[in-house]
Ligand binder design. Structure first.
Ligand SMILES: Cc1cc2nc3c(=O)[nH]c(=O)nc-3n(C[C@H](O)[C@H](O)[C@H](O)COP(=O)(O)OP(=O)(O)OC[C@H]3O[C@@H](n4cnc5c(N)ncnc54)[C@H](O)[C@@H]3O)c2cc1C
Length: 602
């Protein structure tokens, strides 16, 4: 740590250098906010853990110049466009290596259309042990000497002006005191929420997931080059008869060298899952007794479905797993963590720069807590839905192995009822699209209360199965993506908002009135407010609505305006322009920046 042994003052102390904390560090640096990050581990995660990066996360990485580095290492869409369910990977019995179902996934295959239409960024896949070094490099490059691994925060206290934290350098054993205006608790739920006395509401840790991370050449047996995840439902019974496997790269599809195999272990089952036994367990489950397996790690994980009752106590914010923890289904844990960091970073910058009132910081909880509740519920529900799939196969908990096997025999039988069973299986398995085609859950979340000015309209209907997304410019929603042209360049509406904390006002060709108002307001409010004109007949500095998509999406007239926040969510809109609308923009901006509430001590 720079000035390691000495007391240090920084505007923001980030505790935790996982996906949330490292992303926060990058965002804060891009926003020009000085900060210190401390991470207790010596290195980034050695466990693959979370791996799926949804479109919203990739949009955020694009905004902050990290998307290309992630895409360079991550799974091409072509190698993650299908999820398979099978009885086993190999084996030569009549019920071995049989397909139960296949589903297009993550914006690949038949799901490609809406995913490609709605975002400039495809979703992708990069396990944490490969992602975190990329994030760390970006964070360190932007804030040299301020991203301190092998440093632990041992405790903290706060007063009305700031937070005082004790940080120990684990290499030297020396402890120093860090004084910060704000603390971002991205500690994965290890201690900060407890220290604050914050209750976590929900279910927790009732079952164990064992994850075996190993290398093996499975190119002859894997479920196909398009498949990222295979879920296994074994007819054999036994303690581990339902498990999942994920390709972990560094090459993808059939060429993946690394794999993660996850299975549940009920507390009542005594099974040797030591690293020594794990290789044999993998060979046995895959039905490949001679497979050459190198086990890297065996980890145990107790999925929870919990949300902190509050995300902010005084000057301390909880983000990522510190604020909410969910089962892995739908891959929302890491994505939500990164999106929390993105939501809070620009608000901290606006308050620290004096542009916003500290009341703006209250909107972190009012915006992110409902999203966290929804994602935690969703993850739990889609996780439990695997039980519905198993029931659809005729499998009931505790049923004798002979009954299970008889069900599988009947499923594959060349009989009319066998055909009916297969048709039913297909219908039931399609419900799992809530996990693998959760497009609306991923990009359609929105904020009802927070740093926005509602316009009295109702949100569009939401698909209860989480797939169909309706893009809108209604305040609180993520800005819809449309391709625009600027000279030879093709840009997304998302690219109009930079990474430095400015607001953007999108209007049509007659932008002069908006430009004058924006300039005056930007000076008054001390925020950057750029006016962008988009039309089908643009001037030299304007954007061409390349495919007419923006006209269809903008939800306002040509002379109206959509004001976008630094995090690409809509803050305010007006259907039409004119002097009154221009006057309303001023109060809208002030309300968004928290100036309608009088508080002190920012
Ligand atoms: C074994 C396992 C498997 C998982 N699989 C999936 C999955 O498949 N899909 C999914 O979406 N999610 C999964 N998750 C959850 C996912 O990994 C988390 O949602 C994600 O890592 C959250 O990121 P985070 O930065 O908030 O927390 P973390 O990644 O937990 O990072 C918190 C960091 O804070 C550090 N820290 C803690 N206390 C201190 C302190 N006092 N001082 C300094 N540093 C501190 C920790 O060392 C840690 O590095 C899994 C989790 C585990 C444990």
């Amino acid at each position: 740590m720079a000035q390691a042994e000495h007391d240090m003052e920084v505007p923001v102390l980030v505790v935790g250098g996982g996906g949330c904390g490292l992303s926060a560090s990058v965002f804060l640096s891009d926003l020009g906010v000085e900060h210190l990050l401390v991470e207790r581990r010596e290195s980034t995660s050695v466990l693959p853990r979370a791996h799926y990066l949804n479109q919203r996360t990739m949009e955020i990485f694009r905004q902050h110049g990290m998307a290309e580095d992630v895409y360079e290492l991550s799974t091409p869409l072509a190698n993650m466009s299908e999820v398979a369910w099978r009885t086993s990977l190999a084996g030569d019995g009549p019920l071995d290596a049989r397909d139960l179902h296949r589903m297009d996934s993550f914006g690949g295959g038949a799901t490609a259309g809406p995913y490609a239409d709605d975002s400039p960024c495809p979703s992708t896949n990069l396990p944490q042990h490969r992602l975190e070094p990329v994030l760390r490099e970006h964070a360190e490059r932007r804030a040299p000497g301020r991203v301190c691994f092998h440093h632990v925060m041992d405790g903290f206290s706060q007063d009305p002006e700031g937070v005082t934290a004790r940080v120990t350098d684990r290499t030297t054993g020396e402890t120093s005191t860090v004084r910060a205006r704000y603390l971002l608790g991205a500690d994965g739920g290890r201690s900060i929420a407890d220290a604050l006395g914050v209750t976590m509401d929900g279910d927790g840790g009732a079952w164990n997931v064992v994850s075996v991370h190993f290398s093996a050449d499975l190119s002859r047996w894997w479920s196909g080059d398009k498949v990222l995840i295979t879920n296994f439902v074994s007819p054999d019974g036994g303690p581990v008869s339902r498990y999942g496997m994920v390709a972990m790269g560094p090459h993808w599809g059939l060429a993946s060298e690394e794999w993660a195999l996850h299975f549940h272990l009920p507390p009542s089952i005594d099974l040797d899952v030591s690293e020594q036994a794990a290789g044999d367990r993998v060979r046995e489950l895959l039905k490949l007794p001679d497979l050459d397996v190198t086990v890297h790690q065996v980890s145990r994980y107790q999925p929870e479905a919990v949300v902190a009752r509050t995300f902010r106590v005084g000057r301390v914010f909880l983000a990522g797993d510190a604020a909410h923890r969910q089962p892995p289904a739908t891959g929302l844990g890491l994505n939500t963590a990164i999106q929390d960091a993105h939501n809070t970073a620009w608000k901290l910058q606006a308050v620290l720069s004096g542009a916003a009132d500290s009341a703006l910081l209250d909107s972190y909880e009012s915006e992110r807590l409902p999203v966290a509740r929804r994602t935690v519920d969703w993850a739990m529900f889609s996780f439990r839905n695997h039980g519905v799939l198993h029931a659809g196969l005729g499998l009931m908990p505790g049923q004798p192995n002979e009954v299970t096997q008889a069900n599988f025999d009947a499923l594959f039988a060349d009989t009319p009822i066998g055909e009916t069973r297969r048709a039913r299986t297909a219908e039931v398995f399609r419900t799992q699209r809530m996990e693998y085609q959760a497009h609306d859950i991923e990009v359609g979340f929105h904020y009802e209360n927070g740093a926005l000015v509602p316009d009295g309209t109702r949100p569009p209907p939401r698909d209860p199965m989480g797939s169909a997304y309706h893009p809108v410019t209604r305040p609180g929603h993520r800005l819809p993506h449309a391709w625009l042209a600027s000279g030879e360049d093709r840009v997304s509406t998302h690219d109009l908002v930079g990474s430095g904390g400015g607001f953007v006002l999108i209007t049509g060709p007659a932008a002069d009135g908006w430009r004058r108002t924006a300039k005056r307001l930007a000076d008054d409010c001390r925020v950057e407010l750029t006016v962008v004109s988009v039309s089908d007949d643009p001037g030299p500095d304007d954007y061409l609505d390349a495919d007419g998509d923006w006209a269809a999406l903008r939800g306002v007239r040509q002379d109206g305006a959509v004001v976008v926040r630094p995090d690409n969510h809509v803050a305010w809109r007006t259907v039409r322009g004119g002097p009154q609308a221009e006057a309303e923009l001023g109060s809208a901006l002030r309300a968004v920046l928290g100036h309608h509430v009088t508080t002190t001590g920012s």
